[in-house]
Design a binder for this molecule. Structure first.
Ligand SMILES: Nc1ncnc2c1ncn2[C@@H]1O[C@H](COP(=O)(O)OP(=O)(O)O)[C@@H](O)[C@H]1O
Ligand SMILES: [Mg+2]
Length: 264
């Protein structure tokens, strides 16, 4: 095994005495699609925020010998760690191509950017191709369908050369077809990267997860294959059973509902 894995030990995030993350250990290996599930408020988003430098945390989060908890967020991006947010954060007024170009600026000096202006840089072409948006390159990002915006965000991580991608509910509000395309996309780009997907929908998790970590109340409740997680009595009690009974309604956050409304 090489050094390209994200190691998290004893990660704790304390909001004025409330531990949103409470001593989490996680090892995220390259080449695996790692899913992070758990009820609303479990701490999934906060974990991603902590690892990407958006909230202060204690413990250890290390990638390629870099101590992420003591690194500024823009340097964490340069270290190869990218994330998406529960609501899409593309520049709606700019074209698909311009969004990718800006994201690519993370690694490039001014003169290389100027050179790249002469044509579409090859890494941008590749990203367009990979996420399936080549045909929409000159469209403003604002007119993209909900699913396409999420793919553009993933494309932006590709041009940033993110080796670790932390994706916060990327398929929430997507159609069945978009979910399937996203699952396949993640499978393709995940072979040589470390990908963590936060997701509620167990059908999606079942179809694509190599490893699943279940969080509850800021702690890791269980970790394993989909089969192991589903057979786990504690998981059934606090998560799967409840999800089943409420037919998903209780599992939907406000953000998800508004995304769904936007999509319709
Ligand atoms: N900035 C913050 N200040 C105080 N509490 C917060 C903050 N951000 C999140 N929380 C709380 O931390 C807990 C975990 O939230 P979050 O990580 O968003 O959960 P999840 O993504 O699993 O739904 C929740 O109880 C939430 O209300
Ligand atoms: Mg969340």
């Amino acid at each position: 095994m090489n050094d390209d894995y994200l190691e998290i030990r004893g990660l704790t995030v304390d909001f004025d005495g409330f531990k949103a993350i409470d001593g989490v250990d996680l090892t995220l290996l390259e080449g695996q699609l790692h899913f992070l599930i758990g009820p609303n408020g479990a701490g999934k988003t906060t974990l991603v925020d902590a690892v990407t430098g958006l909230v202060p945390a204690t413990g250890l989060a290390r990638y390629r010998h870099q101590d992420l908890l003591r690194t500024k967020s823009h340097r964490i991006v340069r270290a190869g760690i990218g994330r998406t947010f529960q609501t899409a954060t593309v520049f709606e007024g700019l074209s698909v191509l311009q969004n990718l170009d800006i994201a690519g600026g993370v690694h490039r000096t001014a003169w290389k950017m100027a050179l790249a202006r002469r044509g579409t840089p090859s890494y941008v072409e590749e990203a367009l191709e990979t996420v399936g948006l080549s045909g929409l390159r000159d469209k403003p990002a604002g007119v993209l369908a909900h699913g396409q915006k999420q793919w553009l965000e993933i494309g932006m991580l590709l041009v940033q050369d993110a080796r670790v991608m932390l994706l916060d509910e990327p398929v929430a509000g997507m159609s069945a077809e978009e979910r399937e395309e996203t699952g396949e996309l993640l499978g393709r780009i995940g072979r040589e990267r470390t990908i963590v997907v936060i997701e509620h929908d167990m059908d999606f998790v079942r179809s694509y997860a190599d490893v699943v970590t279940v969080m509850h109340a800021g702690k890791v409740l269980a970790e394993g294959s989909v089969a192991e997680i589903q057979a786990n009595a504690r998981v059934q009690e606090v998560y799967l059973g409840r999800q089943h009974k409420t037919s998903g309604a209780e599992m939907s956050s406000g953000a998800e509902s508004s995304q769904e409304a936007g999509h319709a």
